[in-house]
Ligand binder design. Structure first.
Ligand SMILES: Cc1cc2nc3c(=O)[nH]c(=O)nc-3n(C[C@H](O)[C@H](O)[C@H](O)COP(=O)(O)O)c2cc1C
Length: 184
């Protein structure tokens, strides 16, 4: 196996994220998003990666404005995203700060969301509400519930467990994304 360079490691990480977005059927599009709740406890959940910008180092997820994660981000915008890419033997840990966009600025994006997918933003009562039976809820999709979470990355940590050799690389925005090799 060719020895990795920090440049190829960085490029491969973004190629994996690009694949996650371009291929609807790729399991790579399901990432774990971590937030911190009011009691300082970590909260994890699966989300779909919807947009990315490698130059700006941003990633976007769609969500419901009424969800717990949005409330948590209102109090503490620190987030981390995790992805295991089995075909590449890559673990990606992507950390940064989140910004929520909803309302008027997001109406154009809402028009691009297919009808069946809009249902995810219309669960009534709101997500996480205690209900009397598993199906005691309804669907009223509403642009008011639609939000985009934009994560501006500050740290990227890559671990590769290849048979050809294990390696780990860390990249920090503050260092202009100059990478460092780390002990895996
Ligand atoms: C396969 C899968 C994909 C999901 N994708 C999203 C998503 O893109 N956005 C989202 O807000 N929730 C998504 N969810 C639901 C979340 O995992 C979570 O249950 C929900 O958002 C409520 O989380 P919260 O209470 O922490 O806000 C997905 C769940 C699964 C199982």
């Amino acid at each position: 196996m060719t020895k990795p360079t920090l440049n190829t490691a960085w490029a491969q990480a973004w190629a994996i994220l690009q694949q996650a977005i371009s291929d609807d059927r790729s399991p790579l599009r399901y990432m774990t998003l971590a937030t911190v709740d009011k009691g300082n406890a970590p909260q994890l959940r699966t989300v779909v990666l919807r947009e990315m910008d490698a130059d700006k180092a941003t990633l976007c997820i769609f969500t419901d404005t009424r969800s717990h994660k949005v409330a948590e981000l209102g109090e503490n915008d620190a987030v981390s995203l995790h992805l295991w890419a089995p075909d590449h033997l890559f673990q990606l840990r992507l950390s940064g700060h989140a910004q929520i966009t909803s309302g008027e600025p997001i109406k154009k994006l809402w028009r691009t969301v297919p009808e069946h997918m809009r249902e995810a933003y219309g669960h009534v009562p709101s997500p996480g509400t205690k209900i009397t039976a598993s199906d005691a809820w309804d669907v009223y999709p509403d642009v008011k519930n639609f939000a985009k979470i934009t994560v501006s990355l500050s740290h990227v940590d890559i671990v590769c467990l290849s048979r050809g050799g294990h390696w780990r690389a860390g990249f920090i925005k503050e260092n202009n994304w100059k990478g460092d090799w780390l002990t895996p």
